[in-house]
Design a protein around this ligand. Structure first.
Ligand code: IPM
Ligand code: MG
Length: 359
């Protein structure tokens, strides 16, 4: 297969982890006889520094012209002044919107070799294998009006939480389809006891559920979901929710797996390109030190291969390579106790490439 992949390394540890993701893609291409062409483009804080725009038109055009996009992370203290006119995160939000990436798929799986890296008891996290499907181009992130105003009682600011039935329905269908290929259980998360948008969410979710009688369906309020994710995480299969709730719950759920450094994600629309990225941020405190865990990016590469390019065997091979490297005991510092030996970002990438070659 010939495929064009746009790389958006972004800020902080982004460039370091994307370099390892690319290495793995190159190894996959060599082993399976594909030709991947890479285009690197600016996004985030670095794009603001170089062009004044967190997503220059050129970068968006490169993404649109490609078969899949791999992103590192964007943002950092340098650009986080609350009064700054442009922010790195705006680039990512615009990219999601422009590419129509309405479904963000975030799998959380406890890898047995890492069970002791979680802050929860091993018996609580045993068997955790869930996927959060987060609505990504609507809700509180995109509702208008949004902004600040001066009033006669001082400063005020507003955000708007709005969902249309079409936005809810297409998201629920992605989640139900996914559940059908898994353990056939779907939890829809809302705040229907308070929010009108959540009551519509629930109504539409129930309508869609009728088309999937084989999937066990439950509604859960977001506060209860936050609790049950810690209390009975293994009972969840697919969790479908709105943009803001999904943002928060996915960071919470990531802790089940021990480290944010392990979790990949895919943002998908009706057609390619999809956007694939680790769920962790730019980690400015460790940027440039070669200690970041590249596995979330490498596992995002596996998602890119499977759902972005339709290369399931190649995706399986990458995931197995990661498993075998972890089973052999290799760890980046985020996964080790202080003072324990650890490998660097680059060494971890090399180990995965070597494991791929040995399969
Ligand atoms: C995420 C991030 C983003 C979000 C930020 C960087 C805009 O937290 O992908 O979860 O809130 O969606
Ligand atoms: Mg987030």
């Amino acid at each position: 297969m010939n495929a064009t992949i746009t790389l958006l390394p972004g800020d902080g540890i982004g460039p370091e982890v994307v370099a390892e993701g690319r290495k793995v893609l190159e190894a996959v291409a060599a082993r399976f006889g594909h030709t991947f062409t890479f285009t690197e483009a600016l996004a985030g804080g670095i794009a603001i520094d170089e062009t004044g725009d967190p997503l220059p038109d050129e970068s968006l055009a490169a993404c649109r012209a490609s078969d899949a996009v791999l992103l590192g992370a964007v943002g950092g203290p340098k650009w986080s002044d609350p009064r700054a006119p442009v922010r790195p995160e705006q680039g990512l939000l615009r990219l999601r919107k422009e590419l129509g990436l309405f479904a963000n798929v975030r799998p959380v799986k406890v890898i047995p070799a890492l069970a002791d890296a979680s802050s929860l008891k091993p018996e609580v996290i045993a068997g955790v294998d869930l996927v959060i499907v987060r609505e990504l181009t609507g809700g509180l992130y995109f509702g208008r009006p949004q902004g600040r105003e001066e009033t006669d009682r001082g400063r005020a600011a507003v955000d708007t939480l709005r969902y249309t039935e079409g936005e809810i329905e297409r998201l629920m269908r992605v989640a139900f389809d996914l559940a059908q290929g898994r353990r056939k259980k779907l939890t829809s998360v809302d705040k229907a006891n308070v929010l009108a948008s959540s009551r519509l969410w629930r109504e539409v979710a129930h309508e869609v559920a009728r088309d999937y009688p084989d999937v066990e369906y439950e509604d859960l309020l977001v506060d209860a979901c936050a609790m049950h994710l810690i209390r009975r995480p293994a009972s969840f299969d697919v969790i479908a929710t709105g943009n803001m709730f999904g943002d928060i719950l996915s960071d919470e759920a990531s802790m089940l797996a021990g480290s944010l450094g392990m979790l990949p994600s895919a943002s998908l629309g009706n057609e390619p390109p999809g956007l694939f990225e680790p769920i962790h941020g730019t980690a400015p405190d460790i940027a440039g030190q070669g200690v970041a865990n590249p596995l979330a990016t490498i596992l995002s590469v596996a998602m890119l291969l499977r759902s972005g390019l339709g290369l399931a065997d190649e995706a399986d091979a990458v995931e197995q390579a990661v498993d075998s490297v972890l089973a052999a005991g290799h760890r980046t510092p985020d996964l080790t106790a202080p003072g324990q030996p650890a490998v660097s970002t680059q060494e971890m990438g090399d180990l995965v490439v070597a494991a791929l070659a040995q399969q």
